[in-house]
Design a protein around this ligand. Structure first.
Ligand code: DC
Length: 237
């Protein structure tokens, strides 16, 4: 093992069930779960609330100045396997998932100074315990030496349908075509941005879960982790 504590990196496209997968594994293995997408969403919500982003135009100077005032924390309910995201002590778990945030987040996550700050925080949060992080750049930038690296992907229409099914619960006016457009746009921006573009990390294991259930993806990834840890004689279980 390369790290004192175990680090599992789960990267991949949006709406591939990365966070559901990471949460289930964290619960099972008693690892800390870090939802790095939620961190970019928090910065986006902060920027919107403070008028630092309007019509996709960003007031970079003021966002940069105020970045240190953003405190992001997670409350992890082990029993439920739920992670709640807090922005400056306010529970924003639901708010950061809405379409307005999804439409703006790629513009915020392109910014170098935002990425540097959040990567720093992610490394700090991962110092002491076994962790599983999900995001876009975990295996490539945040932890290139992670003990385990997975790259999760699936067909874009299937991913849009998954996101649509989540959104429709709280918002009956959600339109499938709009959600699909957002998925395609985000893939494009995530893969083509200059800073830490989404790409498969060296040595990562690809999981295409278009035809897999949540349970099947989970068992596949979990078995790889458990079997390798057993081989390394790390008695974690
Ligand atoms: O995983 P998610 O859909 O909640 O992520 C929201 C956005 O944040 C996504 O469009 C890309 C960005 N992101 C990123 O650039 N790097 C990460 N490590 C995680 C997310």
């Amino acid at each position: 093992m390369k790290n004192k504590n175990i680090i599992v990196a789960i990267d991949g496209h949006s709406s591939t069930g990365k966070s559901t997968l990471a949460k289930k594994i964290a619960k099972k293995l008693n690892f800390i779960y870090i939802d790095t997408g939620a961190m970019y969403r928090c910065v986006t919500l902060f920027a919107i609330n403070n008028d630092f982003i309007k019509n996709f135009e960003i007031d970079e100077e003021n966002l940069k100045k105020n970045l240190k005032n953003i405190v992001i924390s997670f409350f992890w309910d082990k029993e439920k396997g739920e992670s709640l995201t807090f922005l400056n002590k306010k529970n924003v778990e639901k708010e950061i998932r809405n379409l307005n945030i999804s439409e703006n987040v790629s513009y915020i996550s392109k910014l170098k100074f935002v990425r540097e700050r959040l990567v720093f925080l992610q490394r700090e949060m991962s110092k002491k315990q076994d962790v599983i992080l999900d995001g876009r750049d975990i295996g490539t930038v945040v932890f290139p030496n992670a003990d385990f690296k997975f790259f999760i992907t699936a067909d874009e229409k299937i991913r849009a349908k998954r996101r649509y099914d989540e959104l429709i619960i709280n918002d009956k006016n959600v339109n499938f075509q709009e959600v699909l457009k957002n998925v395609i746009e985000r893939d494009f921006i995530d893969e083509n941005r200059k800073e830490s573009p989404l790409k498969k990390a060296k040595n990562s294991i690809i999981v295409n879960n278009s035809k897999l259930s949540i349970e099947e993806s989970y068992n596949f990834v979990l078995n790889i982790i458990i079997n390798n840890l057993k081989n390394e004689k790390k008695n974690h279980f």
